[in-house]
Structures are given as structure tokens and as C-alpha cells.
Design a protein around this ligand. Structure first.
Ligand code: MN
Length: 496
């Protein structure tokens, strides 16, 4: 499972020597109090590390270089408590390779109307101190997040917490390793892309393996390991008749468990965080991995079907952002529409590989034939996802840039049984409505594969796109198709 708590975000406060020791002592005391308060807040997923107030360009430069070299530091929160002349920040910000959030806050929430004097004014001047820092960051064209408000305000804390998750996802992306078992599904365009560009942009590396390399791990699993894993299946899922202890297809469950163990061993041994496979290349495997892929996703691995490494990376990134939160993240595909004019909806699913982290209610473990791939019937987990706010996100390669596309949706609790549908499923209404959303998605070239999220916000994905310097497009309640098409044209001009 993904644990963000050991990663650090450094709390940096800017000031200058002009104010004298007494004021600087107060500044340091305030900063430490804010850092402590963030650290104690359950919403903040990382360790906030208070750093001494910086007052000179040497101190700033040294701190930025130290942050660069510290693997556990995934980002910085910067606050200009007083006025910190920003020329002293140029060298440090130029050297800084970690993401930063500009916290535009002030120690005092309210103006003390009766006692306010010039001492108070001088101590609480982030209103203009933050603007000086903002100018420099904009002048240097630095990508960052700006959060405004009092540091004890729940909404401000939530924004800081969300951004800490984004900073973790950026750090994770830079060291992410993606294994591809087999190549792209033949002739499919959107799952292709430039892996060199992706590594330069996102940091992750994508490496291909022959399926035989994986089959060796699958074949090396012991009967005892399989027995233990099947016990886990039995205690976690509702097993269908044919794969129960005395069922006629019990041996298929053992085959699936063997694949589950072999894939996990392969990925763990070489330190992979995400993977792809394809039903067209399963040489030496008895089934297309269904339950194995579903359980690996639930453990935090990214996944993309049919060789889709961009979506595998995105699923992993969103799993890092959502780590420890209620709800889940899954590989997804817009499968089929409900075009009832009064109640339009989209049914999302895949051949097998939906992550049980988004399940609501019982999860059943079943076996059914698969019409493609010419292999034995695969074992899969079947369940419904629950209703509520969610989104679909996709990354496509536009040739000269990567584009992230996000559509906010309202998931609907599934009331129809669909007894003949042997896969996990999600039902949603797209925002602003299915017709507008699907048209916008298609104009933007969004993929049929997505990552479906119940706990990552569009704002977090926008922040991620900002830090990765890629294009970001949002389809939500406010989307107007005419404006959206203009945005596409303008962005094309921006990115040439
Ligand atoms: Mn697919």
C-alpha cells in the first residue's frame, strides 16, 4: 500500500533583516506554530518540517539546494510573513527542482480594530509581502500553486493537504517504473505515444518485457503459496459455485492465483509501480489476468490494458494522490450508453480489469468465458461501484505535447441487477450532460481508457498538469461547447 506519511514538505518563511531581532523572533515563532498546526491536522498526509526563517539570498539558495538533494522532501510551502525583497529569491528559485506552494496567509486572522498600530502593521504585512514574491515567481515563469486565506481555515488546510498529495504524485512519477508485458493492441492509435517524451516530461520509464519473462515467475509459484492465497480469496470475496472447494472449475481458480502471485513477484522484485498487458499476447499463460490485475490495482499499482502505458502511469499517479482517503481509483473505459432522453448515463467497465477499491457492497469472484484472446475462462471480481461525485481523467499524446483531459461526473447507485453481465461496472451521468461532455471529450481527442476516481479532485489534477508543464482541459458543470472548442484552438496556438 502507498504510505505518504514519511515524505516531507518543508515549511519555509521569508523575511529580511530590516525589522530587527525582536520582530524576526516573533516571525519564527508564528511560522513554527503554523507548521506544527498543519502537522497535527489529520488532513495533511505528509510530515511538515519547519525550517528557520530565511533572510538572505545565501540562506535561500542553500535551503533550495538542500531540498533538491533530500529524497524525502517532495515539496515546499513558502510563506512571506513580512516583506522579503524578492531579488534575494532569484538564485534559490532558479536552483530549486522541487514543487512549491505559495501560502498567502497571515498570522492574525482579524484586524484588531481598537489596538491596531504600526507595529502590528509591520508584523502582519504578508498582504503586500506575498505580492512581491508572486511578481518574482511570475517574472521567472515558475509553475506553482497559490493558496490564499487564514492558516486555520478548514478550506485553506484542505487545499494545502490536496497539494501535498499532488507533490507526492510528482515525486512518485519521477521515479515510477512501468512494465509492459507485450506490446500495444494492434492498430490502436490512442494507446500509442512517445515514451522518450513521456520520460522527459513525467520522469517515469516504460520498459517492455516478453511475456515469457513473466511466465517464469508464474510457473515458479508453489502450491503452498496458492493454497494461502485462495484462503484469502475465500475470506474476502463471495466465490461462485463452479470455483468453490468442490466446484468443477476449481483448478481455474488455482491458475488465476498462480498468475496473481507470479505477477506480484515480478513487479515487486524489480520495483515496478505500474504495468500493462494485452490479450493478444499471453503466450504461456492460461488466462488473461483478471483477478490478478484487479488486486494489484487495489494494492496501489497502476494498470493500463492493451499496452496502454500512459493510462497505467495515470492510474498509479491518482492512486498516490488518493492514498489513505475514502473511495478509490481504477482503470476504466466508457463502455456503453443509456440514451434515454430523460435519464442519460454511461456504463463504465472493462473486459475484466476494474479495481475493487471503488466497489460498493459484496465483491463476487466468478468465472466466465472471454470471447477474445483464445485462452481459458478467466477469473474476475464482479461488483458495482457506488454513487457520488467522481471523475474520469485521460492523458493523450498530441504529438507536440501531452494533454490531460478531465470530466467530472455524478456516479449513480446501480439499481438494475444485470445478471448476465460478468464484469464490474460503474454508472455515471457526465457533467454538464452526456451529450455536451462526450462531444467535448471527442473534440479534445480524449482516450477511451481513463482513470476513474472517487477521491481525487479536478483541481489536484490541474495542479499536477501545471507542475508537469502539460496541457489541462476540464469538462464540468460550467462547460459550454462553443467556448471549449475555442479553448482547444487557443491551446493549439499556445503549444506550437
Ligand atoms: Mn480497453
Amino acid at each position: 500500500m502507498i504510505d505518504l506519511s514519511k515524505n516531507e514538505i518543508w515549511f519555509i518563511t521569508g523575511s529580511q533583516h530590516l525589522y530587527g531581532m525582536e520582530t524576526l523572533k516573533k516571525v519564527a515563532g508564528h511560522s513554527e506554530e503554523i507548521a506544527k498546526s498543519f502537522n497535527a491536522d489529520g488532513k495533511i498526509p505528509v510530515t511538515i518540517v519547519f525550517k528557520p526563517v530565511v533572510k538572505t539570498s545565501e540562506e535561500i539558495n542553500n535551503l533550495c539546494k538542500e531540498a533538491n538533494n533530500m529524497d524525502s522532501c517532495v515539496g515546499l510551502l513558502m510563506w512571506m510573513h513580512t516583506f522579503s525583497p524578492a531579488k534575494m529569491w532569484i538564485a534559490g528559485l532558479k536552483a530549486l527542482q522541487k514543487p512549491f506552494l505559495h501560502l498567502h496567509t497571515q498570522y492574525n486572522r482579524d484586524i484588531p480594530w481598537n489596538s491596531i498600530d504600526m507595529d502590528f502593521m509591520n508584523l502582519n504585512q504578508s498582504a503586500h509581502g506575498g505580492r512581491e514574491f508572486g511578481f518574482l515567481a511570475s517574472r521567472m515563469r515558475l509553475r506553482r500553486k497559490v493558496v490564499v486565506g487564514h492558516w486555520q481555515d478548514g478550506k485553506v488546510i484542505q487545499k494545502v493537504a490536496d497539494w501535498c498529495r499532488v507533490a507526492n504524485a510528482v515525486a512518485d512519477s519521477k521515479k515510477m517504473k512501468i512494465a509492459r508485458f507485450g506490446d500495444n493492441m494492434r492498430q490502436v492509435a490512442v494507446t500509442e505515444g512517445n515514451k522518450v517524451s513521456a520520460q522527459i516530461t513525467f520522469g517515469y520509464e516504460v520498459n517492455g518485457f516478453g511475456v515469457g519473462d513473466l511466465v517464469q515467475y508464474i510457473n515458479a509459484t508453489s502450491e503452498k503459496q496458492i493454497d494461502t492465497l485462495i484462503q484469502e480469496y475465500e475470506s474476502t470475496y463471495v466465490l461462485a459455485g463452479p470455483i468453490k472447494f468442490d466446484g468443477s472449475m476449481r483448478s481455474s481458480l488455482r491458475d488465476a492465483a498462480r498468475i496473481d502471485l507470479g505477477m506480484r513477484a515480478f513487479l515487486e522484485e524489480a520495483g515496478f509501480h505500474a504495468f500493462t498487458d494485452t490479450f493478444e499476447d499471453l503466450y504461456g499463460m492460461k488466462q488473461l489476468p483478471g483477478i490478478a490485475t484487479q488486486r494489484l490495482m487495489a494494492s496501489g499499482y497502476g494498470f493500463g490494458a492493451e499496452g496502454d502505458w500512459k493510462t497505467a502511469a495515470l492510474v498509479r499517479t491518482m492512486k498516490v494522490m488518493g492514498a489513505g482517503l475514502d473511495g478509490g481509483n481504477s482503470f476504466m473505459e466508457d463502455y456503453t450508453y443509456h440514451f434515454d432522453p430523460d435519464n442519460m448515463a454511461c456504463l463504465g467497465s472493462h473486459m475484466l480489469e476494474i479495481c475493487p477499491s471503488i466497489a460498493k457492497g459484496d465483491i463476487s469472484c466468478e468465472i466466465h468465458p472471454l470471447g477474445i484472446g483464445r485462452k481459458e475462462d478467466p477469473i474476475r471480481l464482479v461488483f458495482n461501484a457506488g454513487g457520488g461525485d467522481a471523475l474520469n481523467a485521460s492523458i493523450v499524446d498530441m504529438g507536440n505535447r501531452f494533454r490531460m483531459l478531465v470530466n467530472e461526473v455524478e456516479a449513480i447507485d446501480i439499481e438494475n441487477d444485470m445478471p448476465k453481465l460478468p464484469v464490474a461496472r460503474v454508472l455515471w451521468n457526465a457533467k454538464p450532460d452526456l451529450q455536451t461532455a462526450a462531444a467535448a471529450w471527442i473534440y479534445a481527442g480524449g482516450a477511451h481508457h481513463t482513470c476513474y476516481s472517487q477521491n481525487v479532485t479536478a483541481e489536484s489534477l490541474e495542479d499536477f498538469a501545471e507542475l508537469m508543464n502539460i496541457e489541462f482541459l476540464l469538462i464540468n458543470q460550467k462547460t459550454d461547447l462553443y467556448r471549449f472548442k475555442q479553448e482547444l484552438r487557443w491551446n493549439d496556438a499556445t503549444f506550437t
